[in-house]
Design a protein around this ligand. Structure first.
Ligand code: PLP
Length: 219
């Protein structure tokens, strides 16, 4: 099936108020152009260098989302154009984003990544660390970043009840966080394999790659 068709199929199954991020990591420019021609304007990448190259080549009305783990020394390459950084999980990283955003007179929207999966390897804060960060004086001084919400990834498993439980726990952390920061509006959860569960559990933004562009070939 074509990229256009895949996009349409997904749009038909998600509510209007849920934002679709087309995860185009590892995919060549013509694939992204095809999605763009079909009306897609939000793309997600997980490597800064790759995102910069695509940003340089493709139309400038695209919103670029960084969905991968960000190395602090590379923030400077995306600071002038990135629309949303999903995977922020430390004050150190936020401080660097703030510094680079200030150089471009920007306020960069960020999501804080919360660890909900059972796997050790997934990045993210637990609820206590999240609250500690949000309540710290150093955080309050950062004027060039804006926390727009939370992001999380469920365990890679076929056990749907496990996935549901994890998304549900993220939703409740999101609700608690919204009490202290009423301006947050984004709960980024759900990928190709689990976005339907994520939406039922309250996701407002899904990050979908392989169901749009086909399986990825890592070389
Ligand atoms: C790759 C990736 C996705 C998309 O994964 P698919 O299973 O291809 O939809 C979503 N979120 C993050 C953080 C990713 O790294």
């Amino acid at each position: 099936m074509s990229i256009k068709q895949n996009l349409q199929n997904i749009k038909d199954t998600i509510p209007n108020e849920v934002t679709l991020v087309a995860v185009s990591k590892t995919k060549p420019i013509p694939d992204l152009q095809e999605a763009y021609n079909a009306g897609q304007r939000i793309f997600g990448e997980n490597k800064i260098q790759e995102m910069v190259q695509k940003w340089e080549t493709l139309p400038k009305d695209i919103e670029w989302h960084m969905i991968g783990h960000v190395q602090r020394n590379k923030v400077k390459y995306m600071a002038k154009f990135v629309s949303l950084i999903h995977g922020v999980d430390s004050l150190k990283l936020l401080t660097e984003i703030n510094k680079q955003a200030a150089k471009h007179n920007r306020i960069i929207p960020c999501l804080l990544q919360v660890h909900i999966a059972t796997e050790e390897t997934k990045f993210g804060l637990n609820e206590e660390e999240l609250n500690e960060l949000l309540n710290s004086e150093d955080f309050k001084k950062l004027k060039n970043i804006q926390i727009k919400g939370l992001m999380g990834m469920a365990t890679f498993t076929s056990d749907k009840s496990q996935i549901k439980k994890e998304f549900n726990s993220l939703k409740s952390i999101y609700n608690n966080t919204k009490n202290s920061i009423p301006t947050i509006t984004i709960l980024s959860m759900g990928m190709s394999g689990d976005y339907q569960i994520a939406i039922k559990e309250g996701s407002t933004m899904v990050r979908i790659g392989s169901s749009i562009f086909g399986v990825r070939n890592y070389k």
